[in-house]
Write a new protein. Structure first.
Length: 234
């Protein structure tokens, strides 16, 4: 019997389908994070870390799906779907809290998170693999999850996964507004993109889709995270 891979869709999605995909990712991210926290209390540190990494990846699907909503043709959509299904493209945000604690405040301070040359996505992916599997590494050294992943690092990654969990559901209207405001500035100079995102955020607040200060995104871009911006509002 011939074995086949999953029939993975690679085309363009409607507003409603993008929102549905984002909400499914949110639900699964929450489940994985909850399971990771449970395992942490049972001192199952390697598996807790690996599940937390998977939760971070599920949360990381949301910005990729936002990008997919802007795809104008099949070629663009196919490229974005490849990113959606690449582990290291979905875990770029995990150092966010550490960078904040080290003084990063404005949007521009966090751009390194999305730099293709950054190593942090591979670090988390490697930790996830180490938490699940034995392997022969380096100079013929056998890696065992229980010998590598301790309580401290597992707790740290689980906490990060929880912080990165989206706090609200996504609506079709949100995606409509995203396309309306952001698509005209897509792939344009960064100033135009930042202004477009700020306008989108302001309209989201105006329509009651976000419980936030309408100026908070603009403050984040220009002045940086402060008393008017909450790092847990996503």
């Amino acid at each position: 019997m011939e074995k086949k891979r999953l029939d993975q869709y690679k085309g363009i999605l409607s507003y409603a389908e993008v929102a549905e995909g984002m909400n499914e990712a949110i639900t699964n991210a929450r489940r994985l994070c909850k399971d990771a926290k449970t395992l942490l209390t049972k001192s199952r540190f390697p598996t807790a870390l690996s599940l937390a990494a998977l939760s971070i990846e599920e949360s990381g699907k949301l910005p990729i799906l936002r990008t997919l909503a802007l795809a104008q043709n099949q070629k663009e959509a196919s490229k974005i779907w490849r990113e959606y299904r690449t582990h290291t493209r979905k875990n770029t945000m995990w150092p966010f809290l550490q960078m904040f604690l080290q003084g990063a405040r404005r949007l521009s301070d966090f751009r390194i998170l999305f730099d293709d040359t950054s190593e942090h996505p591979y670090i988390l992916d490697n930790l996830k693999q180490i938490g699940f599997y034995t392997d022969c590494l380096g100079k013929r050294h056998w890696s065992n999850p229980d010998h590598v992943i301790d309580e401290s690092i597992a707790t740290n990654i689980v906490n990060i996964a929880e912080i990165l969990l989206p706090k609200r559901e996504v609506t079709e209207r949100e995606i409509q507004l995203w396309i309306k405001y952001v698509k005209p500035a897509w792939m344009k100079p960064m100033e135009l993109m930042e202004a477009a995102v700020a306008s989108w955020h302001r309209q989201m607040c105006k329509e009651g889709l976000l419980d936030d200060n309408p100026e908070s995104m603009e403050n984040f871009i220009i002045r940086g995270i402060g008393t008017e911006t909450n790092i847990e509002n996503k």
